[in-house]
Design a protein. Structure first.
Length: 400
């Protein structure tokens, strides 16, 4: 037996024991995930969700490719692929969902100090701390370099004053990573720093923003003289623009799905099955030939994208990096998700216009709200227009 076969056998035995039956069912549209943090948010049933997360974190498998000294499992490329396959085999849900895992963690591994890695990475991998992102402001969206939230140097700490918006789940988070202006007299892109701020202080307030979908994942966040320790400045003062752009590449890589397989799990009912259920079938195929063609086209597009993402993810793990190509996948994934929900709503017909009350299933009601929520996909993480501009100039080399 090879070392990899032995690893697979040992991992399979562990997963069979550690993953509760309730964590092996498809994630429907009404469920969120295991987010951990001080406010402890988990899948239902909560006891099983927390047990599953802790079991995986105990072996570093919530951050499988991170070094062991930072809370990961230190898996190599082949071992990580085995983990993905074995989790998919039993339909295991992601043990931990966290922008700390997919955004801040990779950034700290690359650019953080040794002290920052040892302080923050294990807390992320163990699900002890939940992070949110403080980038956009009421006057700084696509023009991110216009941020005005200020961090005043007070010797051993900064005092942060200002406002952030679209801070997803800030009301449930413990820490926030922010772009702040530390030198108001410097040129626009040079006076910005990247700072980590504890949200558990009275000088930090959050206010949820109610969306058209009825949910409130986004928040406004207000800093009224909040304290941020000097040790939590990532990189040098004034280097925040470069650091912030690097983190955006990790964010777009995640939105584009490049690291999605690493979190395991399986999706809800596939689109072709829903089409058969709601629109009928003939000879094992979707009855309506036009709808059949549209579903097939969407499925082929998704399959092609997944295949390409696996190749690029393998290249990234081999050391070639992803870089600006992440904008391509972010654009394709978000626009594809919008198309998927448009078609899904057509398939459901009158069943897809419910809002609340009896007569509709939970998934049908959730689909209506998710369709509305999907409209934000082409805005968050950088608008589709911004992504197309990046692709044109930095990938294709086209002139301005």
């Amino acid at each position: 037996m090879s070392d990899l076969d032995a690893f697979r056998a040992e991992l399979r035995d562990f997963l069979e024991t550690a993953c509760p039956a309730s964590m092996r069912t498809p994630v429907d549209l009404t469920q969120t995930g295991n987010w951990g943090g001080r406010k402890r948010e988990f899948y239902e049933p909560v006891e099983d969700g927390e047990r599953w997360m802790k079991a995986m974190a105990g072996r570093g498998l919530t951050a499988p490719t991170w070094p062991r000294e930072y809370g990961g499992a230190g898996l190599d490329r082949a071992e990580h692929a085995v983990l993905v396959e074995e989790m998919a085999r039993i339909g295991a849900r992601p043990p931990l969902s966290s922008i700390g895992l997919i955004m801040l963690g990779p950034l700290l591994l690359e650019l953080g100090s040794e002290a920052q890695k040892r302080e923050h990475l294990p807390a992320i991998a163990n699900g002890d701390i939940r992070w949110c992102q403080g980038y956009s402001e009421p006057g700084a969206g696509s023009d991110l370099a216009a941020v005005q939230t200020r961090a005043e140097d007070r010797g051993d700490h900064y005092v942060v004053t200002g406002q952030k918006i679209w801070t997803s789940y800030a009301d449930r988070s413990d820490m926030i990573f922010c772009l702040v202006r530390t030198d108001p007299d410097a040129p626009k892109h040079e006076g910005i720093s990247f700072l980590l701020v504890d949200m558990d202080q009275p000088e930090v307030r959050t206010r949820p923003i109610r969306l058209i979908s009825g949910a409130s994942p986004f928040c406004e966040t207000f800093f009224d003289g909040a304290r941020a320790e000097k040790r939590n400045l990532v990189g040098a003062p004034g280097a925040g623009w470069t650091i912030g752009k690097r983190l955006l590449q990790f964010e777009r890589q995640s939105i584009g799905g490049l690291d999605g397989a690493a979190r395991g799990g399986r999706r809800a009912t596939p689109l072709p099955d829903l089409a058969r259920r709601y629109c009928g079938e003939r000879g094992g195929r979707i009855a309506d030939p036009v709808l059949r063609d549209r579903v097939a086209a969407l499925e082929m597009r998704a399959h092609a994208q997944r295949t390409t993402m696996r190749r690029v993810a393998d290249e990234a793990r081999a050391g070639t990096g992803v870089g600006t190509a992440s904008s391509i996948f972010k654009y394709l994934a978000t626009e594809g998700n919008k198309r998927r929900y448009e078609l899904l709503l057509e398939i459901l017909g009158a069943r897809g216009i419910g809002w609340e009350g009896p007569g509709f299933t939970a998934d049908e009601l959730a689909t209506t709200r998710q369709w509305l929520r999907s409209k934000a996909n082409s805005i968050e993480g950088g608008t589709s227009e911004i992504q197309l501009d990046i692709i044109a100039r930095r990938v294709l080399g086209l002139p301005r």
